[in-house]
Structure formats: structure tokens, C-alpha cells
Write a protein that binds this ligand. Structure first.
Ligand code: NAD
Length: 385
């Protein structure tokens, strides 16, 4: 069993601590804020009251797990850890200074990982004397419930470390995928069109949010429609991610943010948490009934799905991850009903090509350009699986 040091006792750090403690590792959770540590400890205690009531754990096991987490306001205990996972604010300068500070305390063999969602691992690693031990380990929220973990070796990361980390992540009963150190890794890159294309359809006046959501849940089998989901995530978070991915991709128009969402963000209409987003969550507010015209629903569903498939295919084309990992990431990281490459095969690659080319020919916008991998595969009569 290993000793894991976690920096940041917020939503992610606390969840990650729970994952490792449940798997039998000993954990030190460090935060500069004592209140955050107290909250984290109390939340975990509340969680285990429920888990014991549901008979997932005995009271004794629950106590052992909770006792295996040490809550610390000093980094002293980090001298003996095997792996550090940083889950503090999403700010490059702050993360770099923490990595530098930690590297001076830990042993030479200690692996240093960041749970960043959007920063490059290479830039974080550059703050270390030995950047070859730095890697991204990206959990999803809530970490104890979401199976997916993206593992991101940086250009500096030593050969073999990604595989070692993968084995460790599997041993704590999570599903690791390996991805290149490019913006949004897999999930936050491939999922962009689910939001972006839905908003575009809304802005063009093709349909309202209720109808677009209904198309994606009823025909696509998605658990939530894009507008419900954005309101749930919060436009403060979702808009910022969209903007940072767009910038990080050197302003590739495929990832262009929308004014509709920017205005919601600026207005403080963050979604559920603020009572208003695309929808109104005030007491008594009612949602409009969706338009159930089949041809319209079909058109919306296909347009968003095509854009998602194209994004996943392009990620494969650019070797961001392998076929299986790309599909696992979307089914386990954001609960898509099917992997997008599998879905592409079902849709028929020639249909994907024809339907996307039709959108491209209509709009003449780069966002609708077909990934070359699909055109090549159609030529060679191939499918993804
Ligand atoms: N929330 C998500 O959905 C999610 C999902 C995946 C990854 N992430 C990433 O995980 C990281 C943490 O996100 P979060 O949502 O848990 O944030 P959070 O705000 O809930 O928690 C951050 C914690 O870090 C502590 N902290 C800040 N600076 C510190 C420092 N210098 N040293 C020690 N502790 C410090 C804060 O006191 C706070 O308790 C971010 O990089 C974020 O991008 C978040």
C-alpha cells in the first residue's frame, strides 16, 4: 500500500482522498485553509454514515477508512509519500509554486501529479527540478462516483510512468485512459460540440432550448440535454472552460464560444445554482413543452451527434488517444450512452461524411470541416471497429 499526499481539500481533493483511502492506502490531505479541512472531514463522516446505513461498509471499516486520512495544515508528512496529487485552484502560477515547494520536501522517487482540467502538464512540470516525475491524473467530479480518470504524460514525463500510474489507478477500481497533453485532454475536448452546436442551433432560431434538450434525450439517449446540463454545471464553469479551450487551441473556430453563454455568465445567470440560466429555476417557473415534430428533432439530434463524432474522430486522427480510450472517456467521464466512434460506425461513415459535408457546404465555416480520417476511411471502405 502506498502513501498518497493530496494538496487541496476542496471538492476534488476530498473526493480523491476518499478514493485512495477506500482502496486501503494511507492519505495525507493538506490545505492552507483549516476550514476547508474541517469541512472535508465532516463531509466524509456524513458520507460514511450513509454508506454504513446502506450496508456498503461495516461501522468498523468506515472508521478504519476515515482514520487512514490525516488532515494536515503542514507539508511535513509529505516527506514519506509515494505520490502527490495536487487539486488546488486552477491557476498556473499558484500550481507551479506549489510543485516547486513540494518537490523540495518529497523523496526522489515520489510521483508528482496534477488534477488540472485545463492547464498544460508540461507548463506545470517546468517548475520542477526533475520534471520527468510529473504527470496529469485527472479525476472527474464527484471522484468517488465517476469511474474515469485521464492520465496525461507531459513531454518531460519519463517513459513508463503513465503505465505505472495506470496500474495504480486500476488498483483503486477506476478506469484510466491515457491522453496527450493537449487542451481539454479527451473529455473536455470531445464534448465541446454538445454545448457549442446546441447553442448555435438555438441562436439560429432553429428550435428552443426545451426542444433541443428533448431531441438529445429522446433520440440520442443522453441523460440530460445540453441546456439542462450547462445549467447544471454552471455557466461560470462551462463558459470559462469553453473560452480557455478556444484560446488554448490557438483560436480554432471549431471551439469558438458563444455570445449567448457569455451574456449569461456576465449577468451572473449561472444556471441552477443561481436560480437562472438558460432556464428559470424560480419557484413555480414552468418549462415550455418541446416541439415534438419528428423531422425537426431528427435534424437537431443528427447535427449535434455529427459534430461530436467528428471531434472524436479528429482526436483519433491526431493520436490524442486510442480508439478504446476515446470511447471509454465519453461513456465513463460524461455518461454518453455510447462511445462516439462506435456510434459513428452505426451511423455509417459515408453518412457522416455526406451529412457533415452538407453542413460545410451550407455554412462554409471551418467548424464543419470533416476530419480527414473519416474521408480516408470511407475511401478505403473501413469502419472504426
Ligand atoms: N470541480 C470539478 O468539477 C473539477 C473536475 C476535475 C478537475 N478539477 C480541477 O481540480 C482542481 C481543484 O478543483 P476543486 O473544484 O476541488 O476546487 P475547490 O475550490 O473546491 O478546492 C480547492 C482547494 O484548494 C485549496 N488551496 C488553494 N490554494 C492552495 C494552496 N496554495 N495550497 C494548499 N491548498 C490550497 C483551497 O483552500 C480549497 O480548499 C482544479 O485544478 C480544477 O480545475 C475540478
Amino acid at each position: 500500500m502506498k502513501k498518497i499526499g493530496i494538496i487541496g481539500g476542496g471538492a476534488m481533493g476530498s473526493g480523491i482522498a476518499q478514493v485512495f483511502a477506500q482502496a486501503g492506502h494511507s492519505v495525507v490531505l493538506y490545505d492552507t485553509n483549516q476550514e476547508a479541512l474541517d469541512r472535508s472531514k465532516q463531509n466524509l463522516a456524513n458520507t460514511f454514515v450513509k454508506l454504513v446505513a446502506k450496508e456498503k461498509y461495516t461501522a468498523e471499516q468506515a472508521e478504519t477508512i476515515q482514520n487512514s486520512i490525516e488532515y494536515a495544515q503542514s507539508l511535513d508528512a509529505f516527506a514519506t509519500i509515494d505520490l502527490m496529487i495536487e487539486a488546488i485552484v486552477e491557476n498556473l502560477d499558484v500550481k507551479k509554486s506549489v510543485f516547486k515547494q513540494v518537490e523540495a520536501i518529497v523523496s526522489e522517487d515520489c510521483i508528482l501529479a496534477s488534477n488540472t482540467s485545463s492547464l498544460s502538464i508540461a507548463s506545470i512540470a517546468s517548475s520542477c527540478e526533475n520534471p520527468s516525475r510529473v504527470i496529469g491524473i485527472h479525476f472527474f467530479n464527484p471522484a468517488p462516483l465517476m469511474a474515469l480518470v485521464e492520465i496525461i504524460p507531459a513531454v518531460q514525463t519519463r517513459e513508463g510512468l503513465a503505465e505505472e500510474v495506470k496500474a495504480l489507478i486500476q488498483s483503486v477500481k477506476k478506469l484510466p485512459v491515457i491522453t496527450k497533453d493537449t487542451p481539454g485532454f479527451i473529455v473536455n475536448r470531445v464534448a465541446r460540440p454538445f454545448y457549442g452546436e446546441a447553442i448555435r442551433i438555438l441562436e439560429e432560431g432553429v428550435a428552443d432550448a426545451e426542444t433541443i434538450d428533448f431531441a438529445m434525450t429522446s433520440l440520442g439517449g443522453f441523460r440530460m440535454g445540453p441546456f439542462e446540463l450547462m445549467d447544471f454545471i454552471g455557466h461560470d464553469v462551462n463558459y470559462r472552460v469553453t473560452e480557455s479551450v478556444f484560446e488554448a487551441f490557438f483560436y480554432d473556430p471549431r471551439f469558438k464560444p458563444s455570445f449567448s453563454q457569455k451574456r449569461l455568465f456576465e449577468a451572473g445567470y449561472y444556471g441552477r445554482k443561481s436560480g437562472r440560466g438558460f432556464y428559470n429555476y424560480a419557484e413555480g417557473a414552468e418549462k415550455k413543452a418541446p416541439n415534438q415534430e419528428q423531422a425537426l428533432l431528427e435534424k437537431i439530434y443528427k447535427r449535434i451527434l455529427l459534430m461530436l463524432i467528428n471531434e472524436a474522430a479528429d482526436a483519433l486522427f491526431l493520436n490524442i488517444a486510442n480508439r478504446e480510450d476515446l470511447d471509454t472517456a465519453m461513456t465513463k467521464g460524461v455518461n454518453y450512452p455510447k462511445g462516439l466512434l462506435k456510434w459513428a460506425d452505426e451511423y455509417g461513415l459515408e453518412n457522416v461524411q455526406n451529412d457533415l459535408d452538407e453542413l460545410y457546404n451550407y455554412y462554409h465555416e471551418d467548424r464543419y470541416r470533416l476530419s480527414p480520417i473519416i474521408r480516408n476511411m470511407v475511401k478505403e471502405n473501413k469502419s472504426f471497429y
